[in-house]
Design a protein around this ligand. Structure first.
Ligand SMILES: [Fe+2]
Length: 281
């Protein structure tokens, strides 16, 4: 058995001033890192946002304009009328690969999941004004992302963690993530109806990174404003789990080599597995 050394993220924590965010992940189970701390440009954020809109238009055969609700009548479950999720974004544009290796994301994800974690999901989420006839305050029911693993959990060793990049302004009115601070420490799923009265919204400017523990109770609020909320979603898992979406062997070597952190990218994509199996134990 290979025993991994604890990850040393202290350099990045120091360089970007992430101490508060590490503490929030431990105490609250979620943290929001703003664009200034991330040192990302407006142009880069817009590239992610526009990439998701482009993928959405192509796959849904619809027009998505930021300040308008789509006019196309989509079919689906009533709870899903009002948003669409577009999966496997990493195949669509190198920018969706590069977002995986941002140093702040790497450090915070490593704090939650240790060394060798995998990217499990590469999704874009477009959400628009919730239809008037939707009866509930929440549009995504409350859950924890690591529900595939039976409780009890250890909040200090989550199986899964999630990153959400807010690519439009993000507030309760705009249909934000709703979460229950500290609920990861209960180490179980919520009962039906238990979480909503305890929940608060994520309030984040455009271009922020939201990271949270896979044991945290969360859902989302109805969107009361017209127009689009655009987010990039990326659940990650520990290396003993298989990713929900599997990207191994499907990203061109040239794309990996061009990334600023190819070793981390190879680990995220499970491209290091042959190497791990060959290593002495
Ligand atoms: Fe979730």
């Amino acid at each position: 058995m290979v025993i991994e050394e604890p990850a040393d993220i202290s350099c990045t924590v120091e360089e970007y001033g992430l101490q508060r965010h590490i503490a929030e992940l431990d105490e609250i189970g979620l943290t929001v890192v703003d664009k200034e701390t991330l040192r990302v440009s407006d142009a880069w954020v817009d590239q992610l946002r526009d990439g998701i809109l482009r993928v959405g238009e192509s796959r849904a055969d619809a027009t998505f304009e930021l300040d308008k609700n789509p006019t196309k009548a989509f079919t689906g479950r009533p709870s899903e009328i009002g948003h669409m999720i577009f999966s496997h974004l990493v195949y669509e544009d190198p920018v969706f690969v590069d977002v995986l290796t941002h140093p702040v994301k790497k450090a915070l994800m490593t704090h939650l999941l240790g060394v060798g974690h995998r990217v499990a999901v590469s999704d874009g989420w477009i959400k628009w004004q919730t239809p008037d006839d939707w009866p509930s305050e929440e549009t995504t029911g409350f859950h924890a992302d690591q529900s595939v693993v039976p409780a009890p959990w250890n909040w200090q060793l989550p199986h899964i963690a999630n990153m959400n990049w807010t690519l439009t302004e993000y507030s309760r009115e705009d249909g934000a993530l709703a979460y229950v601070p500290g609920s990861h420490r209960l180490e179980r799923l919520p009962e039906l109806g238990e979480a909503l009265p305890l929940a608060i919204p994520v309030d984040a400017p455009k271009g922020s990174l939201v990271i949270f523990n896979g044991a945290l109770w969360h859902g989302s609020y109805r969107k009361t404003t017209p127009g689009l909320r655009v987010t990039l979603i990326g659940q990650h898992c520990r290396p003993y789990m298989l990713p929900f979406q599997d990207f191994k062997g499907r990203i061109p070597e040239a794309t990996i080599a061009a990334n600023h952190d190819p070793a981390y990218l190879r680990s995220l994509l499970r491209e290091d597995e042959d190497q791990m199996q060959a290593a002495p134990s």
